[in-house]
Design a binder for this molecule. Structure first.
Ligand SMILES: *Cc1c(COP(=O)(O)O)cnc(C)c1O
Length: 478
């Protein structure tokens, strides 16, 4: 082999670099978790980061990794209260390293014996907690967005008219999906990708609690029918992304049965609560759904991207991408359940099921329950504080670990309130003191906190409020 290539595959170098890397990461985790001498983010403008990495001179792998860490957002820092991605359980990151090195494409059993079977095992574990019976089966996709699209494609094959997958839309452009007005935008995208257009998404109005109103289901459906739409599926959010509100899955399931619809539950975020005795009631009714999506990278604390799509009746999953000829051929045979690529979008797919399987095998479902309890409990306690505080306004109770609120001064106009809250958010992120996000709900701007880090305590959130109040005062000259 040529010199560079020999170097690149030198295992002694790997051994040395690997040992250095683990030391570097362990030191980093200690520093991040203690929140000492480390900001949650070292904010740089995008152009500056671009210039830095464009001109970066590589000296050693440990320097490279250390510079990557320094420039990144620190999810293991207790002041990370931003997007719904949990810090990885460190051993799950080790599993991700193994998965990356082995690089077995888990769509095909013989390409990834462990990876393919791990998918099945992970899906089975979820199915058990969802309450599905033995006919259940599932698979993993790269993210909830793709899993929701896949579920809706299955739903259309099962409950829509005709065979759109093989014949095209034809006269079936009038198909539609009903969903909460607060659903994640990926459902809207999925419906458009399916060729149903913007009007293919029928939004059920939400009440003051940000849940799809059960009493509005019938009228919404009726209105869609009158507008010439044929609804084939209804999607429940468990929970909604913006506020963490859980739709009434019992009412939705009943409605789906009455109308012969596919009932899909988007539990990308909140599905983890199934593992908590204390909070699993939030998902009451989920066992009567046809399919469920749960993200591992959000509330299961796994490294890498992995989303389970679980079907109440596994046989439905074979219809999603099935060609006509194949159908006839396979009807007479046992399905090869171990070749997942038949049922998923992806061709090559990382064996990320391993990271989820690792968490289940090493710590058991109990670790997820503890995590849910801590983060949901903390959000409730934080809500209490905000609710009683004279200068903060909350708009919803904490059902999950998500909370929207804003700095509030009744003497200010709405425009001024938006401006001050925007400036608070920007200045906090730029200071690196905390990482929180923002959202607009019914045209009002809010600060949004997701308690994703098991090390985030109420005391950290108290100091977030102190920081907000500091930044709420007019900008002082340094
Ligand atoms: C995050 C989220 C999604 C999207 O999942 P990704 O894994 O980010 O693609 C879908 N639905 C809900 C309710 C979510 O919270």
């Amino acid at each position: 082999m040529e010199n560079r290539l020999t170097q690149a595959f030198d295992t002694n170098t790997f051994r040395e670099e690997g040992h250095q890397l683990i030391d570097l990461l362990a030191d980093y985790l200690q520093q991040a978790e203690s929140a000492k001498d480390l900001k949650v983010i070292d904010w740089q403008e995008p152009q500056a980061t671009y210039e830095y990495w464009k001109n970066y001179q590589f000296t050693s792998s440990s320097q490279f990794f250390s510079d990557v860490i320094a420039g990144s957002n620190h999810l293991h820092h207790p002041h990370y209260v931003g997007h719904q991605v949990s810090p990885s359980i460190p051993s799950s990151a080790l599993s991700a390293l193994v998965a990356s090195l082995l690089k077995n494409g888990s769509g095909v059993y013989e390409m990834a014996p462990v990876g393919a079977i791990a998918e099945r095992l992970v899906a089975e574990e979820f199915a058990k907690y969802i309450g599905y019976g033995p006919a259940s089966d599932g698979l993993l996709t790269s993210g909830g967005t793709l899993a929701n699209l896949t579920a809706l494609l299955t739903a259309r094959q099962e409950k829509g008219s005709g065979d759109v997958w093989n014949d095209g839309l034809g006269a079936n452009q009038d198909l539609a999906v009903m969903v909460s007005g607060e659903a994640h935008y990926c459902i809207d995208r999925a419906v458009r990708i399916m060729g149903l257009g913007a009007d293919g998404l029928i939004k059920v109005p939400v009440g003051a609690d940000f849940k799809a109103q059960p009493e509005a289901l019938k009228a919404t459906y009726q209105k869609a029918v009158e507008a010439g739409r044929r609804v084939f599926a209804i999607v429940g959010s468990a929970c909604s992304t913006a506020t963490g509100a859980h739709d009434d899955l019992v009412a939705m399931g009943e409605f789906a049965r009455q109308k012969g619809l596919w009932f899909h539950v988007d539990a990308a975020h909140g599905g983890a609560a199934l593992f908590s005795q204390k909070y699993r009631h939030l998902l009451h009714g989920i066992a009567d759904s046809d399919s469920v999506v749960i993200d591992s990278h959000k509330m299961l604390m796994t490294a890498g991207l992995a989303t389970a799509l679980v079907y109440r009746e596994g046989k439905h999953s074979y219809r999603t991408f099935q060609m006509k000829a194949q159908y006839l051929f396979e009807a007479s045979q046992d399905r090869d359940w171990y070749n997942m690529a038949k049922r998923t979008f992806e061709c090559t797919k990382f064996m990320t099921a391993l990271n989820t399987l690792m968490v289940f095998k090493q710590y058991g479902a109990a670790v997820i329950g503890e995590y849910v309890n801590h983060t949901y409990d903390t959000a409730r306690a934080f809500h209490q504080i905000l609710h009683q505080h004279p200068v903060f306004q909350t708009i919803h109770p904490a059902e999950a670990n998500i909370l929207c609120f804003r700095y509030f001064d009744p003497t200010l106009s709405e425009a001024a309130l938006t401006e001050i809250n925007k400036s608070i958010r920007d200045r906090i992120v730029q200071s690196g003191d905390f990482y929180l996000v923002q959202t607009t709900i019914q045209e009002v701007f809010y600060l949004r906190v997701c308690i994703m880090n098991p090390k985030t305590q109420l005391s950290h959130l108290q100091s977030l409020l102190t920081t907000i109040l500091q930044f709420a005062t007019p900008q002082r000259k340094a």
